[in-house]
Write a protein that binds this ligand. Structure first.
Ligand code: PAF
Length: 281
């Protein structure tokens, strides 16, 4: 595996992959088993796999979150190598957003999919994410790109702009990877204290209960019940719970309003913000 840190080095590495189906797994590093499941799938389905490791400043609406985001490139490098990827691309901010270009100023049509959930709570986040993902797509030129359903809204938005911009890249949806106790894998889990880590599986346990509430109480009541179940643990504080139409991402008020429903949530454990979601139907 090649670790490349500049655009010029990446170009040389990319030339060697010209005749292969290139799979791409964009990440912000601090890799865990969730990323491993994406990389393994990409390795199984593609001729060569590129993984990127770049903490994108334009998608953080909170400076502290950006500053404290875990950065462990050496560790990531050994991990990616063990999974059989061809290239780990860890570019600088200057390579992704060169001075004198407008890559960090572009405004994307996100199809209104940023109107709910994370959108209003993290202003600018999805536009910043679209800036970096389209820029990375332009550099890496993948045939297929792999994203986890943990960031359900991000995935829906990526599918939208890839279609809308006619990028011709196949977006592959991958299921959420969880710890044995149910906690969704996330790089942010590393920031939890031992007590917060012990409390965090309570999020998944609580959201699963919504499946028993379907049709038995109004949607609003179910949202309230799940919220109080989560907040029943004194180390957790719900920011939001929503039951959404899985296609439009719009919160529903009736169980029959859409064919496919999902529960999405964001919960604080101290300063660490955790998100999760499950399919309802
Ligand atoms: O999901 C992430 O880790 C990031 O949002 C992504 C897609 C790598 C863009 O920075």
């Amino acid at each position: 595996m090649k670790l490349v840190k500049t655009l010029a080095e990446f170009e040389s590495a990319r030339k060697l992959l010209e005749d292969k189906t290139v799979g791409f797994v964009p990440t912000m590093g601090a890799l865990h088993e969730g990323h491993a499941s994406l990389i393994r799938r990409a390795v199984a389905e593609c001729g060569a796999v590129v993984v990127s490791d770049f903490v994108n400043p334009t998608q953080f609406n909170n400076k502290d979150d950006f500053n404290t985001y875990p950065r462990v490139l050496e560790q990531d490098c050994a991990f990616v190598e063990s999974l059989g990827a061809a290239v780990l691309f860890a570019p600088s901010v200057e390579d992704i957003y060169p001075a004198g270009t407008d890559y960090d100023k572009k405004v994307f049509d996100l199809g209104g999919l940023d109107r709910y959930g994370e959108g209003p709570r993290r202003p600018g986040h999805f536009n910043g994410m679209a800036q970096v993902v389209t820029r990375l797509f332009e550099i890496v030129r993948p045939d297929r790109a792999y994203f986890g359903e943990k960031d359900f809204q991000q995935l829906a938005i990526i599918e939208y702009f890839v279609r809308n911009l006619g990028l011709g890249i196949k977006i592959v949806r991958c299921p959420i990877a969880r710890e044995a106790d149910g906690l969704a894998l996330s790089s942010r889990n590393k920031l939890l204290s031992p007590e917060q880590r012990a409390a965090a599986p309570h999020i998944y346990e609580s959201i699963l209960k919504v499946r028993e509430m379907v049709g038995r109480m109004p949607v609003g009541k179910a949202v309230e019940s799940v919220t109080s179940l989560i907040d029943g643990n004194s180390l957790l504080k719900t920011e939001y719970v929503e039951i959404i139409n899985s296609l439009t991402l719009r919160p529903v008020t009736d169980w029959d309003e859409a064919e496919h429903l999902r529960l999405t949530c964001a919960v604080y454990a101290g300063h660490v913000r955790l998100i999760d979601n499950i399919e309802i139907k």
